[in-house]
Ligand binder design. Structure first.
Ligand code: NAD
Ligand code: ZN
Length: 295
């Protein structure tokens, strides 16, 4: 959905209304209406980032649930959404465990080698470092991430639940031995363990179970947090997408950061912040710091 940014602030109300009726009747973006709403009443509608900062600055038990979107600014393409990998390849052909077991060579060539090249170069962006800063400020406890890129740990978060495992490690299909991805010899594809078994990334493929301890702890942290920040996830992959519902059912305030609406936005998000994590997080953090500095 294209986002139309039109500033109506200086136009007379009647004209704005007329214009919006035309735009909406021509089925041009509901977002126009939202932009109008915020611009028309700048003094009565609090800035959503300022509102989010109020909530976050007074929180003691905040949890973040992150997805591929938070790493887009680090050069890692997401699966879904604009520029997503699924525009080019069929997930069931490459990211399903059956596909891997049927033809590990193809999955290594089409997906895993490419992922390694991209992840080797990736560095944390202000979305990741903002979450690490929120931990240092004593606000954010756990990050539940669906990502396998290790960027939250690199940014400095100390309690990261890797819901879908980690690309930093490979595991042998035969003896289960783990080996660091950086030490895997890619001269032969698929690479092999010293026992002769084929290596696979220690990530959760479609069709596989979530590691039970990651699932249990994520459910617990979701049920006991007072604020959940849901950042860069399309909320389409279960059971990760269920965590915000657990949080909401237990009274948490849901803040969502994403440039596009998701299935959560209209259903349970208390405060959707439309935009990239790398641009929203620094602004949010600055507003939180201002509140902490002035008691
Ligand atoms: P997804 O690919 O389904 O959705 C990405 C979401 O991020 C979309 O809603 C999109 O609008 C949003 N987005 C795009 N740019 C953004 C930005 N700059 N800031 C914030 N949000 C942005 O991602 P998902 O929900 O995490 O599910 C896909 C699965 O793919 C996950 O299980 C994950 O394990 C895996 N994956 C991981 C990585 C990674 O480790 N970096 C990358 C791709 C996919
Ligand atoms: Zn082995």
């Amino acid at each position: 959905m294209a986002y139309k940014s039109i500033n109506f602030r200086n136009l007379p109300f009647g004209f704005c209304h007329f214009l919006l009726t035309i735009l909406n009747s021509r089925r041009i973006e509901k977002c126009v209406t939202i932009t109008y709403f915020f611009n028309k009443a700048p003094h009565t509608m609090p800035d959503p980032i300022e509102r989010a900062a109020d909530i976050i600055a007074s929180a003691k038990r905040a949890v973040a649930l992150t997805g591929a979107g938070i790493s887009v600014a680090s050069g890692i393409p997401p699966f879904r959404g604009k520029g997503g990998l699924w525009e080019k390849i069929d997930p069931m052909k490459v990211a399903h465990i059956d596909a891997f077991l049927d033809d590990p060579e193809t999955v290594w060539n089409v997906l895993i080698k490419e992922m390694k090249t991209v992840l080797d170069k990736a560095r944390p962006n202000p979305g990741h470092t903002g979450l690490a800063d929120l931990e240092r400020l004593g606000i954010l406890g756990t990050v539940i991430t669906q990502n396998v890129d290790g960027l939250h740990q690199k940014a400095g978060n100390s309690d990261v639940i890797e819901f879908h495992g980690s690309f930093a490690w490979q595991r042998c299909l035969d003896c289960n031995r783990r080996i660091e991805t950086s030490r895997v010899d890619l001269a032969q594809i698929p690479p092999h363990c010293r026992c002769g078994g084929i290596l696979r990334p220690d990530c959760v493929f479609f069709g596989e179970m979530i590691p039970p301890e990651a699932l249990d702890r994520s459910q617990h942290m979701s049920a006991t947090c007072e604020v959940m920040m849901v950042i860069g996830t399309s909320a389409m992959v279960q059971p990760a997408a269920g965590m915000p519902f657990i949080a909401k059912d237990n009274g948490a305030f849901i803040i969502e950061i994403n440039p596009e609406p998701t299935p959560l936005t209209s259903r349970i998000s208390n405060l959707p912040l439309l935009g990239g994590a790398e641009s929203i997080m620094p602004r949010l953090l600055q507003a939180v710091r201002q509140r902490l500095a002035s008691p």
